[in-house]
Design a protein around this ligand. Sequence first.
Ligand code: TXA
Ligand code: MG
Length: 359
Amino acid sequence: MKTYLEEDKDNKLDTLLLDDTTESLKKAGNIIKKGGLVGFPTETVYGLGADAFNKEAVKKVYKAKGRPSDNPMIVHISKVEELKILTDEITKDMETIMDAFCPGPITIIVRAKEEIPLETRGGLDTVGVRCPEDNVARKLIEFSNTPVAAPSANLSGRPSPTKGEHVVEDLKGKIDAIILGKDAKVGIESTVIDMTKEIPMILRPGVITKEEIEDALGKIVLLDPSLNKGLRVETKENIGFQHKADEADEEYTPKAPGMKYKHYAPKGEMILFRGDRQKVLDAIRKTKTAKEKEGLKVSIVDFSELGEVDSAKKLFSILREMDKNSVDLILATTLEERELGFSVMNRMIRSAGFKIIDV
Ligand code: TXA
Ligand code: MG
């Protein structure tokens, strides 16, 4: 078997496909410890893991994904207590967040220890830390015997992987091993919250919502204003930022470097239809008929009907399914932009490249 541990001449590795038994996880942990790359399940989306302290391994993650090198990795730990391996500054608020939500689908941005390679943190002086809830993920990290840097295990720009087969699609031949575990329970990536300031700020919304975080901390937290891009109205989430969709458009650069890149994009075009349900359905039907006359393959996805939880869970796999079926145009209904709906809409709006029709 050729691995990244050896010279990689033709850029085609024999990727080991593993199940999630303890024996396989030990094997995979060993690969990470030796500087290799492993795709693995978590409760949010599948991750692509490498030893966070091995900069050569981390460089290979960027290469395998085709990821811009200024986009930092989230570092995964197997136990909450391991946070101290990565930072010297643990505040009361961080402890509160960790107590309330960890292990779980949340990433906290903290001041990084200098020993963490710059490659891992994309050149920043901070690092994102997450202790996943998923047992397979935590065992793998434990067997790797090091914190594990892991972005989502997709090719850069593609929808995130929520099933083992998605990782196989994108990364087979480019990484050392893939653990084919369960489908991701949540389906969208973790909430990212910057805890380095007095008032924490959410940089990427997730299944753990602003409201839940505020309840736990007993104070208001901010939302990165760039998250308002594409929103229709001032929602509960963007109170405090007196601008709306269009005004937020060019004004703010996202604070999470990864949020500025093209994201979650299916191969076909995607358009969201927002507003009164009957009007939305009429508009979608009309558009479908017109576009089919032009010879396009058109598919409808009714996220409103699916609801927030299932939309989160299925969004990325639906988009990948559309690609497989060579759909040219995806016409989709929307969710209310509040709580989990806000987080799922964040992904849907980006998948659609901000193409939204308000009816
Ligand atoms: O649920 C998740 O978080 C998944 C699983 C695998 O754990 N991981 C994930 O990683 O979504 P990735 O690399 O696809 O997204 C990480 C996001 C990027 O937008 C990145 O820019 C941001 O988090 N990020 C990471 N470290 C950061 C830091 N120090 N400061 C600001 N943003 C950071
Ligand atoms: Mg990603």
